[in-house]
Design a protein. Structure first.
Length: 252
């Protein structure tokens, strides 16, 4: 059973400010919790109900709680029988990052946690290790971002910074690619071995000041036999672009 104060504490971790101040986040579901633990993240507390029959109930920091309490603390419509509280990993500063032999993903104003988490999952799948985000992106440790990333948030280095200043620090020779509807086709563009792939928000794209730092505009060509849909979801578009970059690197 959880006390009233414990419930309030766990519910507070849905809030970005509380997560940042406390350095903690919540993950729900056995598979996700195990993935994060396997990534090296330490579970400070594991909570489970009688419906859960897995091995994590024997963890040293595990505690059985009532179904009603789990339903009160979940961030989702349907509560999982297990959740865990983790320490948010820290990776130092991103100021000195310069892509010399790899591609990095740069996100500007991505607001949907599902899209954000999917982009993290895709980035890891294709070997991208570092993701640099503008400060107005959704929090990587938002419960829905964590869920959509399927554990990738615990393995990637995710940084939040002044994106314009970050791009301004890049040496002239660093390729900075931006996604747009009218850029040159990704399938007809030869990708260098390293660079920055910059994706903008779902509704507005890249901010005007960030656009001034883009050196190459790329797009995903639409089938010419129709004019619908008008655009691709940012997570889908990002996945296609990252996949093509990876393909080109492997065929060099």
């Amino acid at each position: 059973m959880l006390t009233k104060s414990e419930i309030q504490f766990l519910k507070s971790l849905r809030d970005r400010k509380a997560r940042q101040e406390l350095g903690l986040f919540v993950a729900e579901g056995e598979k996700l919790v195990i993935d994060l633990m396997d990534s090296g993240l330490k579970a400070k507390q594991i909570l489970y109900t009688t419906r859960y029959k897995g091995k994590l109930s024997r963890h040293e920091n595990a505690k059985e709680i009532r179904e009603a309490d789990m339903e009160r603390i979940t961030a989702f419509k349907t509560a999982s029988p297990l959740c865990a509280v983790f320490t948010i990993p820290t990776h130092g500063a991103s100021e000195n990052f310069i892509p010399r032999d790899e591609w990095m993903l740069v996100l500007d104003g991505i607001s949907d946690p599902g899209n954000f988490g999917t982009l993290l999952r895709t980035a890891e799948w294709f070997g991208i290790r570092i993701v640099v985000c503008s400060t107005n992106c959704v929090d990587a440790f938002n419960p829905k971002s964590v869920q959509a990333s399927m554990g990738s948030v615990g393995r990637l280095k995710v940084y939040y910074t002044d994106l314009l200043a970050f791009l301004q620090r890049m040496p002239e020779e660093v390729p900075i690619w931006g996604a747009t509807m009218v850029g040159q086709s990704i399938y007809e563009t030869i990708a260098p071995p390293a660079g920055l792939l910059v994706l903008g928000s779902e509704g507005k794209g890249l901010r005007p000041e960030v656009k001034t730092k883009i050196k190459t505009w790329i797009s995903i060509p639409r089938n010419q036999t129709n004019n619908r849909p008008e655009s691709l979801n940012v997570a889908v578009a990002g996945s296609i672009l990252i996949s093509e970059l990876c393909k080109q690197q492997k065929t060099r």
